[in-house]
Design a protein around this ligand. Structure first.
Ligand code: R5P
Length: 293
């Protein structure tokens, strides 16, 4: 392991140069993966745009019943046509999401804490690879706590899931956790996203921050960006616009869709930014028009 003292500050991100190893496949860092892995990634990232709108409603895995998600059976189906991927627990999917849909599936496979704990960083792998296969998961989502008490166990969880994923060609989505004590700077996100990519994740979920383009450039696999706490719709659409402009391969948004005054119209507006190149202003105008009809 390299000596930590006297490290130079990383600075040569070559923002003017595109990722050099794209090959013919449309997903960053995935050109050398096998057919099955690429097939799953193509259900997540649209082959035409290279991007994705993931819809996260896995909050119940540690928050229980969450505002906006009180009735998964009623809330989720109307949103499904407007998103590419459903990110959820196996319990939510099996009980409340009709199987006769063609959305991609990001299956939450770790668990271990709840809102009653101060420290949320201790999790285990709770879903067997066999069940991910049975559910035809397109990727397995692992919460990863870099710099927190639970770092070692979450890296262990991540490694086990990545190893199982390689055995059966199912990608792993590493989710960068942020906590009360954890910083939300580009320094932290460059560290965390790069560790997850180098561990072998095929996709990394993280947060928007200053110097976001550098975080993207330093990460050799696609980044999808969490929405975070509920914002006014205009601000949430600006966030979506900034992350796409900054080089993210998509969003993985939850509360800013399902807690919106008009969730379906919000999902449509986000989709227009991600896949159709609308600006935040154009998408907000669409949202206002569509939600007043
Ligand atoms: C991340 O830790 C989990 O996947 C969350 O349940 C999800 O990312 C939250 O999405 P949002 O912050 O957009 O509500």
């Amino acid at each position: 392991m390299a000596d930590k003292d006297g490290l130079k500050v990383a600075k040569d991100y070559h923002l003017d140069k595109a990722f050099a190893n794209m090959g013919s496949f449309h997903v960053k860092g995935a050109d050398s993966l096998d057919w099955g892995m690429k097939k799953h990634l193509s259900r997540i990232f649209n082959p035409k745009t290279g991007k994705t709108v993931m819809f996260a409603f896995d909050h119940g895995y540690f928050m229980g019943s969450t505002a906006g998600l009180e009735r998964l059976d009623l809330v989720i189906p109307p949103l499904m046509p407007y998103v590419d991927v459903l990110m959820a627990t196996r319990g939510a999917l099996r009980s409340c999401v009709p199987a006769n849909n063609d959305r991609g599936i990001a299956l939450r496979v770790t668990s271990g804490s709840s809102m009653l704990n101060d420290d949320l960083s201790h999790e285990v792998v709770a879903v067997d690879i066999e069940d991910a296969i049975r559910m035809n998961a397109d990727c397995m989502a692992v919460q990863t706590f870099i710099g927190a008490d639970g770092q070692l166990s979450s890296i262990d969880n991540l490694s086990k899931v990545i190893n199982a994923g390689f055995r059966y060609s199912i990608p792993t989505l590493g989710v960068v956790a942020v906590g009360k004590e954890m910083e939300r700077t580009d320094r932290f996100f460059k560290l965390a996203t790069r560790i997850l990519a180098e561990m072998g994740c095929q996709i990394v979920k993280t947060y928007y921050c200053d110097n976001f383009e550098e975080v993207v450039a330093a990460c050799p696999v696609p980044l999808v960006i969490a929405g975070g706490k509920k914002l006014p719709e205009k601000e949430a659409l600006t966030l979506a616009y900034q992350v796409i402009k900054g080089g993210a391969a998509g969003v993985d948004m939850g509360r800013n869709i399902f807690q919106s005054t008009h969730p379906v119209e919000m999902a449509q507006a986000v989709r227009k930014i991600v896949h159709e190149g609308l600006t935040d202003k154009e998408a907000f105008d669409f949202f206002e028009d569509a939600s007043h009809k």
